[in-house]
Design a protein around this ligand. Structure first.
Ligand SMILES: C[S@@+](CC[C@H](N)C(=O)[O-])C[C@H]1O[C@@H](n2cnc3c(N)ncnc32)[C@H](O)[C@@H]1O
Length: 426
């Protein structure tokens, strides 16, 4: 399969079959026999197109005499991936982009669509240096939504709280490429030796000010490395590492990680506790707990007991058992949409999700010892899942706030929120 075909099929399945971009792209690349250069190009086309999808759709709508809504799904995807290459990538000649698009149209959208696709891309090529006009005459909210490709459901929630300037810099930061970070597994690896061994495998390693974090880049996917399979490191965003630390885990703690899979934070807790104490790690799905267990085994953690449990349902066995609880709830994920850009295209206000978060919080209150600490965490920036949720919780349950913080997205990290609370006498 060619780079363009793979890109087309991946974007199509993400947009119209609700597949996750990062997982699907990895699977499609693994099935293909593309060389390193073409894999990078496919990665760039798929992620770049999704990252800018609303902008690309807006431009196509402006250039088309037909209503954008009436175009077939295949034509929409062929045009967006081609326009992305035309506007955002320098090294591919215009004629090659148009030829590839027309071939895709013939194959996936019928012969009659070929001239339409060709005409739109020829028009777009003429406008390449004059793109700012596509953003003229938009309201401030529409401008932010289209320029940074966050849907209006997100913009409407955030605009009220942050205003134009602050919101613009947040959206920019969420979209910007951030370094891939790994966590050194102190249970199995020495930081300096790991740096040396990864460099021997051909990776480029940059050190971070965070003692357990390294930035990794280079030729290949780090999860294919022998050192990864040996559990010497885990793939983990630096922001996610920072988020665990306020819980201050120590060796004799008994900790509940209520929503634990795939276990990035569970295994970090285990390492911070020097493999001592006890961690109970739960997840609702059996398959997710298998994934979690695999990571626990790979990382050499011996102090973790896993459970398949729906943590919205009261569990008597856990009553006042824990010193600390990590509640890393399922959330809208807007803060990590750099990794899965379709999140910011498809977000809808989700009452059921908010109810799950509330139930998870409510049940956790029963499991903490007095003066125990609860760390509520999300990877979103939406107030309804973060500070508004904490307002609701602190009004209704005997807890005091110790610390609440946003880990803002930047070039080194994705975006997270946490709130550390202490149980007081009721
Ligand atoms: C944000 S992810 C957790 C990430 C994990 N803490 C880590 O660092 O690798 C949320 C997890 O909550 C799980 N989950 C969702 N609803 C749940 C429930 N009712 N009870 C327990 N786990 C649940 C999901 O399956 C998902 O694995």
């Amino acid at each position: 399969m060619s780079v363009r075909e793979l890109s087309f099929q991946t974007v199509y399945d993400v947009m119209y079959k609700d597949k996750y971009s990062n997982a699907l792209l990895e699977a499609n690349l693994n099935k293909s026999n593309l060389n390193e250069r073409d894999r990078n190009l496919a990665n760039n086309i798929v992620m770049g197109t999704l990252q800018n999808y609303l902008y690309l759709e807006h431009v196509i709508a402006k250039l088309s005499d037909l209503s954008y809504q009436k175009l077939s799904k295949s034509v929409k995807v062929i045009l967006t991936i081609s326009l992305y290459q035309l506007f955002f990538l320098d090294k591919i000649p215009e004629f090659a982009i148009c030829d590839e698009a027309v071939n895709l149209a013939a194959r996936y959208a019928g012969n009659r669509s070929k001239s339409f696709v060709n005409a739109i891309l020829r028009k777009a090529a003429l406008m390449k240096e004059n793109q700012s006009m596509f953003l003229d005459q938009l309201s401030k909210k529409e401008y932010l939504s289209i320029k940074y490709s966050f849907n209006m459901n997100i913009i409407n929630q955030l605009y009220k709280k942050y205003g134009y300037d602050k919101l613009e810099s947040m959206l920019k930061a969420i979209n910007e490429y951030s370094k891939t970070s790994i966590r050194v597994n102190n249970l199995k690896a020495d930081r300096d030796e790991l740096i040396r061994d990864l460099r021997c495998e051909g990776f480029v390693i940059d050190e971070s000010e965070h003692p357990d974090c390294l930035y990794i880049s280079g030729h290949a996917n780090p999860s294919h490395s022998r050192l990864y399979h040996e559990g010497k490191f885990n793939l983990m965003d630096k922001g996610a590492m920072e988020l665990v630390l306020p819980l201050e885990p120590v060796e004799d703690d008994v900790i509940l990680d209520a929503c634990a899979s795939p276990g990035g934070k569970t295994t970090y807790l285990s390492s911070l506790m020097n493999n001592k104490g006890e961690i109970h790690a739960c997840d609702i799905h059996e398959s997710r707990v298998s994934l979690l267990q695999g990571n626990i085994d790979r990382m050499g953690s011996k102090n973790i007991i896993t459970h398949v449990k729906d943590m919205t349902i009261l569990e008597n066995e856990f009553f006042e058992k824990f010193d600390k609880i990590l509640l890393d709830v399922p959330c809208s994920g807007i803060g990590v949409s750099k990794k899965r850009p379709e999140i910011k295209l498809k977000y809808e206000y989700d009452e059921t999700l908010l109810k799950t978060q509330k139930l998870l919080l409510e049940q956790s209150t029963h499991y903490l010892k007095k003066h125990g600490r609860l760390l509520y965490a999300t990877c979103t920036i939406l107030p309804c899942e973060n500070e508004m949720m904490m307002d609701w919780f602190l009004k209704n349950y005997p807890f005091k706030l110790v610390k609440m913080e946003f880990i803002m997205p930047n070039e080194n990290s994705m975006g997270f929120f946490y709130s550390l609370m202490e149980k007081i006498n009721d």
